[in-house]
Ligand binder design. Structure first.
Ligand code: CA2
Length: 162
């Protein structure tokens, strides 16, 4: 059976504040702008988006579990939970869907406590520090993986190696 042509977009705590404060770090686009950008990027590849943002870890985990039923992958900016949450990591690895981790800012150039991600090694795509535009590239790369495109192994002629 073909995977469903739907992705779950997850934005974690405080990302509802996008566009209202700290524009020097996160830019001036709002969460609604992010959700529109992601919806358009997915639509251009024939996918739809279910979007969730919550300030409550359990709500995010329930949405991730539900994605098992009808989504082909997950694009997530876990916000500060990136650096703290084994629980969120377990939810993502538990559903066994391909995950794209997105950060608007370049966390490697910020405070040391932002340098570790509990999510990084359960994600197959990482887009860090490309601003809000990074969400669109995460969608594109994740769909490429779901569709079996991509880096792939080639023999130098562009043909895939089975
Ligand atoms: O760079 C990112 O996308 C982050 O995931 C954003 C998180 C931060 O804790 C991570 O280290 C990196 C914070 C999200 C809070 O977003 C705000 C946006 C505008 C105003 C205040 C907070």
């Amino acid at each position: 059976m073909n995977p469903p042509r739907r992705l779950l977009l997850v934005n974690g705590p405080n990302l509802n504040l996008l566009g209202t404060r700290e524009p020097e770090i996160y830019g001036s686009q709002t969460l609604a702008d992010v959700e529109r950008l992601v919806t358009d990027a997915a639509a251009s590849r024939g996918f739809e988006i279910r979007a969730v943002q919550s300030n409550h870890e359990g709500v995010l985990i329930d949405a991730i579990h539900a994605a098992r039923e009808d989504c082909a992958g997950i694009v997530i900016n876990p916000g500060g939970l990136t650096h703290t949450s084994v629980v969120l990591r377990d939810a993502l690895s538990g559903v066994a869907l391909p995950v794209a981790e997105v950060h608007i800012s370049d966390v490697s150039k910020r405070e040391p406590f932002r340098h570790h991600s509990y999510i990084a090694d359960v994600a197959v795509v990482h887009v860090i520090g490309e601003g809000v535009a990074g969400y669109a590239s995460a969608v594109d790369r994740l769909i490429g993986i779901i569709a079996g495109e991509g880096a792939g192994l080639t023999d130098g002629t562009g043909r895939g190696i089975p």
